[in-house]
Write a protein that binds this ligand. Structure first.
Ligand code: SAH
Length: 394
């Protein structure tokens, strides 16, 4: 099977962009009809590479390779080895034994996410381009990494948009401990649950931002909003925080957070873990006139699509303005957004408006993103989703 691109549409493929939309394809010169691997040709019939064709997806073809190679177990083994080689450079296992091992398009494996939790791997087949090869990929992972077990957490919304039915979850290879597990991140322990946690169980993308927070926390009173399992909380404590209040609406997440703090030998009071809507918490702290030396604001993605972008930006602005108001003069504010649709530029603009609305000047100290275990092909801006700013609030 093959698809032939319209004239000029080869440019993105040559620039290693991994997606081809249906508008880029010359149907009269293409014979691809079903789901599967296709050759991709330019308008003159020259071979450009191989991709995964999925007529049920908006992204008609996801590129797999620029070479004339078979897409088989050896192919996946090579890609996984390359992904592993990067992580081996990045991490010393005595300090960090858990991280994102495969970041989909970022590692040349469209639709495939693999997170390493110590000796256990958690996989997500987010798109048909990965799901189609699921057994081959699982075998390849076993061969390259010999994990003690592989757990699948394909309960992700993106599958539906790709025409996949069901959200499979379960043990796929070996054994996976039931209940919470302990991992190591930048010298700190974290208690996680890959069965019941959000995403694959933990948010690895914020690791370096959590570490970055440490230096601002000496003797600080810290408020961590949308704390999940307390990743920022325990790093604030490691940085010398006097007290950290963590707010999340998930009681299960906060329970793991408190276990994490105790495992690391810090004290933890029950009242420092607030099962609460973060918006209500902001209102009630504001009403009580409370101020913190450090406020962390890491909400879930508000903008799920471009339609809701404007509404989402308004909500981000309002929430950021309110959170800035909770920072004591000279204190620090860490704010993040993981919405794909909010570009770094839009995020900066939002923060600008929020500071104006709060009537508090901000000094931007750090503009950060996801850690290097989330590599981004230069022409694939869609992969750049996490923004994180650390600012001083005057
Ligand atoms: N900062 C965390 C990740 C945050 S993920 C870390 O470093 O690991 C976003 C969190 O927001 C989730 O834990 C989710 O339970 C929580 N959440 C979503 N909506 C919320 C709301 N309205 N109020 C409080 N928490 C909320």
């Amino acid at each position: 099977m093959h698809v032939t691109l319209k004239e000029g549409r080869e440019r993105t493929v040559l620039a290693e962009h991994p997606w081809i939309f249906s508008g880029g394809i010359d149907r009269r010169k293409s014979d691809a009809a079903s789901i599967g691997v296709v050759d991709v040709r330019d308008h003159e019939g020259r071979f450009l590479g191989r991709g995964f064709h999925n007529p049920k997806s908006q992204i008609l073809v996801r590129m797999l390779t620029r070479d004339q190679e078979p897409v088989d177990k050896a192919f996946f083994i090579n890609k996984i080895r390359a992904a592993v080689a990067l992580r081996e450079t990045l991490f010393d296992r005595r300090v960090t034994d858990s991280y994102r091992l495969v970041f989909a398009e970022g590692d040349g494996l469209p639709g495939l996410v693999v997170d390493r939790y110590g000796t256990v791997l958690v996989v997500q087949f987010q798109a048909a381009a990965a799901d189609f090869f699921r057994e081959t990929i699982l075998d390849a992972l076993m061969e390259v990494l010999s994990p003690s077990g592989i757990f699948e957490r394909s309960d992700v919304g993106s599958r539906k948009a790709d025409g996949l039915t069901g959200e499979p979850v379960g043990v796929r290879r070996g054994t996976v401990p039931e209940g919470p597990m302990e991992i190591l991140e930048e010298g700190l322990r974290a208690v996680v649950n890959v069965h019941t946690g959000q995403k694959t169980g933990y948010f690895f993308d914020q690791r370096d931002n959590r570490v970055a927070l440490r230096r601002y926390c000496k003797n600080a009173q810290v408020l961590n909003l949308f704390s999940y399992t307390g990743g920022f909380t325990v790093n604030a404590l490691a940085g010398g925080a006097a007290r950290v209040i963590s707010v999340d609406r998930s009681a299960a997440a906060l329970e793991l957070g408190q276990a994490t703090v105790l495992k690391n030998g810090f004290v933890s009071r029950n009242e420092d873990w607030m099962v609460m809507d973060a918006f209500d918490a902001i209102d009630s702290f504001t009403g009580a006139g409370e101020r913190f030396n450090v406020v962390v604001l890491d909400p879930p993605a508000f903008a799920k699509g471009t339609e809701s972008l404007e509404r989402a930006l308004k909500a981000y602005t309002k929430m950021n303005a309110a959170a800035i108001g909770l920072v004591a003069p000279g204190g620090y504010f860490l704010t993040a957004s993981c919405s794909h649709h909010v570009t770094p530029e839009l995020f900066s603009n939002m923060l600008h408006l929020a500071a104006l609305r709060a009537g508090r000047p901000l000094q931007i100290l750090e503009f950060r993103g996801a850690g290097p275990d989330h590599p981004q092909p230069i022409h694939f801006r869609e992969g750049n989703y996490l923004k994180c700013v650390i600012a001083r609030v005057l």
